[in-house]
Design a protein around this ligand. Structure first.
Ligand SMILES: NC(=O)c1ccc[n+]([C@@H]2O[C@H](COP(=O)([O-])OP(=O)(O)OC[C@H]3O[C@@H](n4cnc5c(N)ncnc54)[C@H](O)[C@@H]3O)[C@@H](O)[C@H]2O)c1
Length: 469
């Protein structure tokens, strides 16, 4: 068995057929790259950056001094967006920062986020009416106002928003998942390369990478304390998340909703915008296994379906998945996620090595020298990830989490595609899938990519019949 930390796997973006084959290797995690190679890339990036897309480098493209006020724009003003903006503004101790623009498609969501942020950060809010942007293409104007864009819409829109932020030369914090389909992952990877060339900093909301217990445990795994990883398992088994029922929405707004508007309000239940729950939630656990392996799987075999969710408002997503992710060294990650109340629940990640094993989420190593992480004032990882990103911006240190964010997103999508199709799927084939799920949405009257039948129910993927490539 080859230790994956000693023999890095082929970079993900070298598998994209449309990408040049001479790209530098994928950054699986910042730890995987030495400072020396970071610096080498950094200087090459600086030299080439002014030419990219004909855009001049932006003021902060190569760092901001601690005295400069960093201007932040929030794109997608929902629950997590409000949280991320709060965490970004809470970095004010490291230097001045202001929220200067907000964009959403729903006025009520924007207003509610604005009100909440005003309560906590009045001194750091500068979002007058003319910088409150409503509409599907308004994200461009909001991004134009800022140095750092927070991208926190549902994931289907992330590739478009990330591409634009990088095109405009802005630093980015974007929530996971970074896409809902393979076409979106390819766009994010291409934009991540641009970000690297422009020396832009990119954070991705896979906050376990900023959680002290995970980091310390991972150091030991990568240091060989459990030997070579031969098997892994991970779970997001829990209850169903929020749901916006069509009847309740129509009552609340006092009118019928267009199909597009309904799907965007109840977005969790539509694969084209959410990615299904394996992508939307279980990505966190899958990402931890990729991190432990310093690799992505090369193939997947999955099952999934719907056992207990069966109403039109459950849209098209499954309520359970079981996947085998196979890595290039032959090791397997068994991954399970479900939305089924009153069952055995777990949100966790475990690896078994040739010399021991680790419950990574509990921060333990079992083996010749058992070890448990002792928390000593560890910070909330949601705050830590913003502290780390904004310090990288202010100090101009290399920072680009988009590659492993895209890789973990693609791993979850691979598991979903294998379940939907019922086929064993290779990584390369899935990444190069010709099927794009996300249409260009310009308004609430746009045609929804999936529609209910006469009975109000949506078509679900049928293993053995549904095409995913
Ligand atoms: N890292 C974490 O632990 C974590 C936790 C929760 C959510 N998230 C992620 O954050 C993202 C948002 O989740 P949420 O819970 O905040 O959802 P939400 O529904 O509360 O917020 C989404 C917001 O985006 C807006 N929006 C939708 N489409 C838009 C578009 N095209 N342009 C502009 N605005 C648009 C919506 O109106 C809404 O205000 C998801 O990707 C989710 O997976 C991450």
């Amino acid at each position: 068995m080859v230790n994956p930390t000693k023999a890095p796997k082929p970079p993900l973006h070298q598998h994209i057929e449309t990408q040049p084959m001479n790209n530098p290797p994928l950054i699986l995690h910042p730890d995987a790259l030495s400072r020396r190679s970071f610096l080498r890339r950094g200087s090459a990036a600086v030299a080439g950056s002014a030419l990219i897309g004909g855009l001049a480098p932006e003021r902060y493209a190569f760092g901001a001094s601690n005295n400069d006020t960093l201007k932040v724009a929030l794109i997608g003003c929902g629950g997590r967006g409000s949280g991320a903006a709060n965490q970004a503004l809470s970095t004010y101790r490291d230097g001045p920062i202001k929220l200067v623009a907000m964009a959403d498609i729903h006025e009520d969501r924007l207003n509610s986020a604005l009100g909440n942020l005003q309560k906590t950060h009045a001194d750091r809010m500068d979002v007058p009416k003319e910088r409150q942007f409503l509409g599907f293409d308004k994200f461009k104007e909001a991004i134009a106002q800022c140095d750092v864009a927070i991208l926190s819409t549902p994931p289907g829109f992330r590739p478009q928003h990330f591409e634009e932020a990088i095109r405009q030369g802005k630093h980015v914090f974007m929530e996971k998942p970074v896409a809902s389909d393979a076409a979106g992952v390819r766009r994010v990877l291409a934009a991540a390369e641009e970000a690297k060339k422009k020396n832009l900093k990119v954070g991705v909301g896979l906050q376990r990478h900023h959680q002290a217990g995970y980091i310390e445990t991972m150091k030991r795994i990568h240091g060989g304390e459990i030997g070579d990883i031969v098997a892994a398992r991970c779970y997001w088994n829990g209850n169903r998340p929020w749901q916006k029922k069509r009847a309740d929405l129509e009552k609340q707004y006092g009118r019928p909703l267009t199909e597009m508007e309904y799907q965007l309000r109840n977005w969790y239940y539509f694969t084209w915008i959410c990615g299904d729950h394996i992508t939307e939630q279980h990505i966190h656990n899958i990402d931890v296994i990729n991190w432990a392996k310093n690799a992505h799987p090369v193939k997947a075999r999955s099952m999934g379906g719907r056992e207990i969710t069966n109403s039109p408002d459950d849209g098209e997503i499954y309520d359970h998945f079981a996947c085998e992710f196979e890595y290039e060294d032959g090791s397997i990650c068994y991954s399970y996620c479900r939305h089924q109340p009153n069952c055995w629940n777990s949100v966790s990640e475990h690896v078994v090595g040739t010399k021991g094993r680790s419950d990574i989420g509990r921060n333990t190593i079992t083996g010749a020298e058992p070890w448990r992480y002792k928390a000593e004032g560890a910070k909330d990882p949601y705050q830590q990830e913003h502290d780390d990103l904004f310090r990288a911006i202010r100090n101009n240190t290399p920072y680009n989490e988009a590659f492993y964010g895209a890789e973990s997103t693609m791993t979850a999508i691979l598991g979903r595609m294998a379940a939907y199709s019922g086929k064993e799927l290779e990584w390369n084939a899935a990444l190069n899938s010709k099927i794009a799920l996300v249409p260009d949405v310009t308004d609430f009257n746009a045609e929804a990519p999936v529609k209910p039948g006469p009975d109000g129910y949506y078509q679900k993927a049928v293993p053995g019949k549904t095409a995913v490539l």
